[in-house]
Design a protein around this ligand. Structure first.
Ligand code: HEC
Length: 109
């Protein structure tokens, strides 16, 4: 039979793992990775889509910029940056879109 102390340690480790999983998507960069944004974007360089720094530079000082970008993320974006459209990001909810938009705006160089 397993000693009680070993069981407790196991429970603690399980809790720690759960906590780590729940916290994994809370930061902008982690969320962007988890939602596959980085397949088309990078912070500094243009890939398929514009770099997040250039997005921040364009909208950074506009009132309501975060809401505007959150809408672009949720609904998609066409012809603001070039010929390639961004499809609506259906795996992102409103809260996540806000968080991503605020993170992107914080990257203004
Ligand atoms: C399939 C490639 C692709 C993926 C995946 C993608 N994007 Fe984009 N994104 C683009 C392209 C292309 C544009 C430029 C669209 C345009 O010209 O209007 C863009 C534009 C943007 C803009 C600027 C919108 C505006 O109003 O000017 C933001 C912000 C953005 N993406 C954030 C994200 C975030 C956050 C994610 C992940 C949830 C994401 N993108 C996933 C390709 C992508």
């Amino acid at each position: 039979m397993m000693p009680v102390r070993t069981l407790r340690l196991g429970a603690l480790l399980a809790l720690a793992a759960l906590h780590a999983a729940a916290g994994a998507q809370t930061t902008g960069p982690d969320l962007a990775k988890a939602k596959n944004c980085m397949a088309c974007h990078s912070v500094e360089a243009k890939l398929v889509g514009p770099s997040y720094q250039s997005v921040a530079q364009r909208y950074g000082s506009e009132a309501g910029a975060a809401d505007k970008l959150a809408t672009s993320i949720r609904k998609g974006s066409v012809r603001k940056w070039g010929a390639i459209p961004m499809p609506a990001q259906n795996a992102v909810n409103d809260d996540e879109a806000q968080k991503l938009a605020q993170w992107i705006l914080s990257l203004k160089p």
